[in-house]
Design a protein around this ligand. Structure first.
Ligand SMILES: O=P(O)(O)OC[C@H]1O[C@H](OP(=O)(O)OP(=O)(O)O)[C@H](O)[C@@H]1O
Ligand SMILES: O=C(O)c1cc(=O)[nH]c(=O)[nH]1
Length: 191
């Protein structure tokens, strides 16, 4: 199954090689641009089906994705599970629930992401949702590219686990080689 997901990521040009500045500030020579696969509704359904399968035994009230990467993922997971799908977004640099979306106290929520690397975005979203009274059951993503030993304090469900290195900027071998310009595909300002 993982092989099939990887093939879909490659055939939709979502799997990139180069020199990337990640949302966490780390550098990498590989990047999963999930927007490329999510532009095709049938492929979005396929790459999310394995993670939805893992969620089916959970008692979920709502799925909530942080913008941008989590929004289409939230919609598609919500569609497959038959659950309400909403999103959080940054306003003045702060992640918030806006647009009249609501979390009722005690509601059981799954966070959705396209990619989890350090878990920073997921943890930030969890704090926002818990402050509104949600019980966060975990995070569901297309690709889990956490380095070994990077743990976050909730279950992580993914369609594919990828072994991709991310370096601190000072240790980046691509910077040292000096041949490929650094690009920042994501929208979050780095910490
Ligand atoms: O696990 P982390 O280290 O937090 O990295 C993963 C996060 O980074 C990306 O978002 P980004 O901040 O680039 O914003 P975007 O989704 O708006 O493009 C991605 O969509 C995740 O939200
Ligand atoms: O860590 C990130 O910012 C990140 C990595 C990746 O492969 N894809 C993505 O969208 N974000």
């Amino acid at each position: 199954m993982s092989q099939e997901i990887l093939e879909i990521l490659k055939e939709t040009d979502a799997f990139l090689e180069g020199h990337f500045l990640l949302s966490s500030g780390k550098h990498s020579d590989q990047y999963v641009q999930c927007a490329k696969v999510l532009r095709f509704p049938d492929k979005a359904a396929k790459v999310l089906a394995p993670v939805v399968e893992q969620l089916k035994t959970l008692d979920i009230d709502k799925v909530v994705g942080p913008a941008m990467g989590g929004v289409i993922v939230s919609y598609e997971i919500g569609r497959q599970l038959g659950k309400e799908s909403i999103f959080t977004e940054r306003k003045d640099g702060e992640m918030q629930l806006r647009r009249g979306f609501e979390i009722k106290p005690g509601e059981k929520v799954i966070i959705t992401e396209d990619v989890v690397t350090t878990g920073k975005s997921t943890i930030e979203t969890k704090k926002v949702l818990e402050a509104l009274g949600a019980e966060v059951l975990g995070v569901a993503c297309i690709a889990d590219r956490r380095a070994p030993g990077v743990e976050i304090d909730m279950p992580i469900y993914s369609s594919i686990k990828l072994e991709i290195t991310a370096w601190d900027a000072k240790d980046c071998p691509v910077c040292k080689a000096g041949k490929i310009q650094l690009v920042k595909p994501g929208s979050r300002g780095n910490a």
